[in-house]
Write a protein that binds this ligand. Sequence first.
Ligand SMILES: Nc1ncnc2c1ncn2[C@@H]1O[C@H](COP(=O)(O)OP(=O)(O)OP(=O)(O)O)[C@@H](O)[C@H]1O
Ligand SMILES: [Mg+2]
Length: 307
Amino acid sequence: MSDLLDRRFIVVIGKGGVGKTSVSAALALAAAKRGKRVLVAMCNANERLSHMLEVPAIGERVVNVLPRIDAVNMTPASALEEYGMLVLKVRTLYKAIFENRIVSSFLRGVPGLEAWSMLGKAYYHATSARDDGRPQYDLVILDAPATGHGLDMLRVPKVIMDVAPPGLLRREAEKAWTLFGDEVHAALVLVTLPEDMPTNETIELHAAITRDMKLPVAQVVINGVFPRLFPAADREVYEALPAALPAGSELTSLAASSRARVLREAVQAVSLARLAAELPVPRVELPYLFVPEFRRSAVEALAAAFG
Ligand SMILES: Nc1ncnc2c1ncn2[C@@H]1O[C@H](COP(=O)(O)OP(=O)(O)OP(=O)(O)O)[C@@H](O)[C@H]1O
Ligand SMILES: [Mg+2]
């Protein structure tokens, strides 16, 4: 586990709502605690990270949010401009190219270019150096879009390599693709929940990444794992309990909640077993946190799993 935070670029990917942003935030806190300078880059998200971390809203410009942690919510337009600027260096050149009406309408039609602008910008930050030669960030965490869009985004460099003529764009795409496949410096992290549908989708996502795209997956994060309260051997007893109580018993609601929890733990056990059997990847479990509001202290609690 420890070496995950020593990489330069982590892509956090998974089904919608499973906890990608929470995991990205937890990884950022864990890395910052080790003294690393971190950038969390979101992709045009309905931004909730700032609420989680209890910091001001995060927009399309990189801002410092916590000690050693910067964040940005990239939009295709802003990322395209910034990425163009970062790579082309000269604003007048950028304006000449990207703000030319004909060119920009042409660019909008290039499949994947918007996704590439965000991925490319995150990649740029992961590899660029400051004036003193030190890396700008020790770690860039890309909080990728949910499954399908996230996969499309990861595929873009390969598409560019296949279709773009030799030149700057293709060279950048080749470098990015090389980094994604580099298990020392980069990591793809799959986030899931210990439930039926997310488990199916995660197994499919893993196959798409490793088999179709031939990229390595470094870690599966199983988020929202309920602490086990009931030994598997006792499950049938608790399942039968509400029906076994006399009508009007004071214990009815207690028995009903135990039954619900027992069923949930059973579903979870099946998912965890399937993930263990079907994904040859290190797994880490994050607990479901029973908190009234999922804010910074909750993210800190999850970060402990990566510390
Ligand atoms: N371990 C956890 N325990 C309890 N609640 C959690 C946990 N992880 C995430 N949550 C809750 O689930 C919500 C959704 O998580 P999050 O925003 O990280 O998901 P996401 O995968 O980034 O979603 P989206 O696909 O919409 O970007 C969080 O706001 C938080 O309230
Ligand atoms: Mg999110």
